[in-house]
Design a protein around this ligand. Sequence first.
Ligand SMILES: Cc1cc2nc3c(=O)[nH]c(=O)nc-3n(C[C@H](O)[C@H](O)[C@H](O)COP(=O)(O)OP(=O)(O)OC[C@H]3O[C@@H](n4cnc5c(N)ncnc54)[C@H](O)[C@@H]3O)c2cc1C
Length: 449
Amino acid sequence: MSPPRNGTLANSAGTRDAGRLYDVLVIGGGPSGSSCAYWLAEAGWDVALVEKKVFPREKTCGDGLTPRAVRQIADMGLEDSLSGAHRYTGLRAHAYGKVIEMAWPEHPSFPSHGYVITRHDLDAIVNERASKAGATVWQGTEAIEPILQADSDAPLQAGSGTTLRLPSCVGAIVKDKATGEKREVRARYVVVADGANSRFGRALGTSRNRARPMGMALRGYYTSPMHDDPFIESHLDIRDGEGNVVPGYGWIFPLGDGRVNVGVGLLSTDRRWKGVNTSTLMDHFVSWAPKDWGLSPATCLGPPTGGKLPMGLAVGPRIGSTTLVVGDAGGTINPFNGEGISYGYETGRLAAASLGEALRGDGYAALERYEARLEEAYGLYYRVARAFIRMISQPELMKLCVGTGMYSESLMTWILRIMANLLRPDEVGPAEAAYRAMATIARLIPEPS
Ligand SMILES: Cc1cc2nc3c(=O)[nH]c(=O)nc-3n(C[C@H](O)[C@H](O)[C@H](O)COP(=O)(O)OP(=O)(O)OC[C@H]3O[C@@H](n4cnc5c(N)ncnc54)[C@H](O)[C@@H]3O)c2cc1C
């Protein structure tokens, strides 16, 4: 059955859609929301997306795209649009005085290069793609309140009061940020893609599982003579004010336009690291980074900004009878490396596939398939990552793990393949074998709930 079109509508705010029922309303136009809207519109569904900011807009990020993200961008027909961005070939890891350069591995499903591009530019490109595919996009429009079905299924509660399934949401009250005008947008299904803070998701009943990992990160821009370096750089032994190595890393990502993106990320799950001030960590990192990058207060382009990284499927529930939650709003960041853009694109796409099936008649059963698809794509991998995070939160174990890895380029290359989720399905090399061993152990260790 081909999807019905409900007619056309100009991509502008207004009240012309009063009474119109969209197939899907997407809340948020970042990677996850724009990808979901693109794949739905491409399949012919009538989709509306509201984004509270106006593109191009700033978004605090390291701006690093791995091969996983590039694959999704290429699948949306957009890799040519990145021709002005900085293309890079691999990762340079620094730790305990040692340096290893690793090219991205050959892989049957992913390219062997990445890009560094500001989210200011990237998110505008992807959102425009969704709009050109037929999605109705309202920028400068904030979803301020969910519309629940009058005969709404009550949110399903566990004995502890935890929500297991979101209530039936059939749209949102949205506010035009320029005029203050409020109106209703109604849809058969609603996708929550409003990022790490996810106020809309929280209003529906999502919450973060505090036993799962959470990151805090800070980034700033600097001018640098190495702005077009072919490697992105990670420092795996960043230290707090007392010189203690902390679980996290510092990065320098070259943008190719005279600037580099510099940042620090810290796993804040463990109580011991909650008190670490990321601004102090960033100051230490900048003063300590290799001098060739030329980082200093004189080359700093402005104060750093920060944000949260909900990881390892930490936020749920991610389904309701008419609702799916994607990207950071569902805590989909990879705990191994803090990468979230590709997982935003991927979960937006997985949600679009399930919504297509729901709209074709499978209803809620198709939405449940979204959770099954997440489990299939990330379930075991994220379980291994969470076990890894618990391990590196012990300073001695982290030093042993990173320190040992830095003695062997081939070992570090396997670790890179595991951490960037670039294991090959078609052959079992040392990285795949190491991952299988880790997975066997992770399956046996009970997780804190
Ligand atoms: C400092 C830092 C560095 C990072 N570096 C990297 C990196 O180098 N590479 C990487 O892959 N990942 C990185 N990440 C993670 C990455 O930024 C996120 O995982 C990614 O942005 C998630 O995409 P998203 O679409 O789910 O959410 P977002 O990108 O946050 O998009 C959500 C969108 O929803 C909009 N919105 C919010 N509420 C509403 C509302 N009520 N109504 C309408 N619109 C709304 C917001 O304006 C925003 O545009 C970093 C994160 C941080 C904090």
